[in-house]
Write a protein that binds this ligand. Structure first.
Ligand SMILES: Nc1ncnc2c1ncn2[C@@H]1O[C@H](COP(=O)(O)OP(=O)(O)O)[C@@H](O)[C@H]1O
Ligand SMILES: [Mg+2]
Length: 277
């Protein structure tokens, strides 16, 4: 089993979209994929066609028991003829879980990790909430690798740095997760977008993974709780699906080149100019 946490403390950058896009690409390539919805907004669950399901990830985190996640795994509701990742559903109740976790002197940070014992999927994707709180930390503690999702916008690089530092702090204790890379999502064709993409490339170099363009088909797939492949000939759907496959191929390649036993990757972080010339 390999596991990837999809993170950024900022909301709306595309963590859930990228989680589902990778889930679709990896499922389509024949892997058994499990999506864990760790965000109280439960958008990954609705994107997979599941609402208000029990047991949810909140029930899983309520007890400190090895393997407890296995009781909450269910199939997604994506169309049968296409890729069908499994899901551990999210819940709005998760919003109240963080203070309860904080009251556990022993297992506040690694309850999710403990719960994953015995999961036999090929790939576990953890869609993290937009914060650096204990839920996100549980996501990082449970993952072998982390992917930071960002947008080509002002201050994006600073946000990535902050998240990167958090990942390194966790990795310093645990040896994992390693930063698998940075995905720039919602890339449009404007000059401004191009400028901020260049800044992110300058700052993070080889850590920048294949990007995902801004496309109506992507928002449509999640709005209709279906996969990009199920959108059929909808303009842009096949192109978007192929960008996610390229991203997944690149993540698989990086893993082969840098096995998990090595030290976490370090990025080169020159300072960023504060003005546009
Ligand atoms: N590449 C994209 N093209 C078009 N719409 C996108 C793209 N990425 C994300 N969106 C839309 O932007 C919104 C926020 O994305 P989401 O994945 O929910 O962000 P996050 O999980 O980081 O809060 C959603 O409505 C989603 O459909
Ligand atoms: Mg989300």
């Amino acid at each position: 089993m390999q596991s990837i946490a999809v993170v950024n403390q900022k909301g709306g950058v595309g963590k859930t979209t990228v989680t589902l896009g990778i889930a679709e690409a990896a499922s389509a390539s024949g892997m058994r994929v499990l999506v864990i919805d760790l965000d109280p907004q439960a958008n990954a669950s609705s994107g997979l066609g599941i609402w208000n399901a029990r047991p949810s990830i909140d029930d899983v985190l309520a007890e400190a028991r090895a393997g407890s996640v296995n009781d909450a795994i269910r199939p997604s509701n994506w169309p049968e003829h296409g890729p069908q990742p499994d899901l551990v559903p999210g819940s709005h109740l998760l919003a109240g879980r963080e203070p309860l976790l904080a009251a556990d002197p022993v297992g506040a940070q690694d309850r999710l990790r403990l719960s994953l014992a015995g999961v036999d999927h090929d790939l576990v994707l953890i869609d993290c909430p937009p914060s650096l709180g204990l839920l996100c930390i549980n996501g990082l503690f449970a993952a072998e690798r982390a992917v930071i999702v960002t947008e080509p916008a002002a201050w994006a690089a600073d946000g990535v740095d902050l998240m990167h530092n958090t990942i390194e702090r966790v990795a310093g204790r645990l040896g994992a997760p390693r930063l698998a890379g940075v995905v720039v999502n919602r890339v449009g064709r404007t000059r401004d977008n191009r400028y901020w993409c260049e800044q992110l490339h300058d700052r993070f170099g080889d850590l920048v993974l294949p990007q995902i363009q801004l496309r109506a088909a992507i928002a449509e797939a999640s709005g209709q709780s279906t996969s990009l492949r199920a959108l059929g000939k909808r303009p842009g759907a096949a192109e978007a699906a192929s960008q996610f496959s390229e991203l997944w191929d690149s993540l698989s390649e990086v893993r082969t080149l840098n096995p998990a036993s090595e030290e976490p990757l370090q990025s080169d972080q020159p300072s960023m100019p504060s003005t546009i010339d």
